[in-house]
Write a protein that binds this ligand. Structure first.
Ligand SMILES: Cc1cc2nc3c(=O)[nH]c(=O)nc-3n(C[C@H](O)[C@H](O)[C@H](O)COP(=O)(O)O)c2cc1C
Length: 126
């Protein structure tokens, strides 16, 4: 079942340089259906949805590893087997409390028009 975000939901997560979750905010936990404890230390692919093309994540990683900001639409799965769409902005930063660089993602609700367009695009990708 689709989990529809509120207009003012703002989902934040922080990873280390390999994509392991170091932090997730309350909105992220609420929408994804996990407690913070369940998420910390897990690879970010814990919320990966099978419909997402690999190429989208390759583009994400190529971009942020180059020190650039990646933006895009992401379909994620929830703990109970549902899903939700977000518009994500991912960027490199210094991971808080870690003496190494990491990455942060900030996500807002995607509109139904944006979701339709992303679904159509992702169907053409692998
Ligand atoms: C800061 C950050 C946030 C990410 N957020 C997500 C996310 O919300 N959903 C997702 O499926 N992958 C996310 N990824 C990408 C995952 O690290 C991973 O590449 C992706 O889930 C594909 O999994 P796989 O490489 O095991 O196939 C994020 C990566 C970073 C660096």
């Amino acid at each position: 079942m689709e989990q529809i975000l509120n207009d003012n939901d703002f989902l934040v997560s922080q990873t280390d340089s390999k994509g392991k979750i170091l932090f997730a905010n309350e909105d992220f936990c609420k929408i994804a259906g996990y407690t913070l404890e369940e998420l910390i230390g897990k690879p970010h692919s814990i919320v990966r949805h099978a419909n997402m093309p690999h190429a989208a994540f390759k583009d994400l990683w190529d971009t942020v590893k180059n020190g650039k900001i990646w933006t895009g639409y992401v379909k994620n799965s929830t703990k109970n087997g549902g899903f939700y769409w977000v518009y994500a902005t991912v960027y490199p930063n210094m991971a808080c409390g870690q003496n190494e660089h990491g990455y942060m993602s900030c996500r807002r609700k995607a509109s139904s028009g944006e979701i339709k367009a992303a679904e159509a695009l992702y169907k053409t990708m692998r």
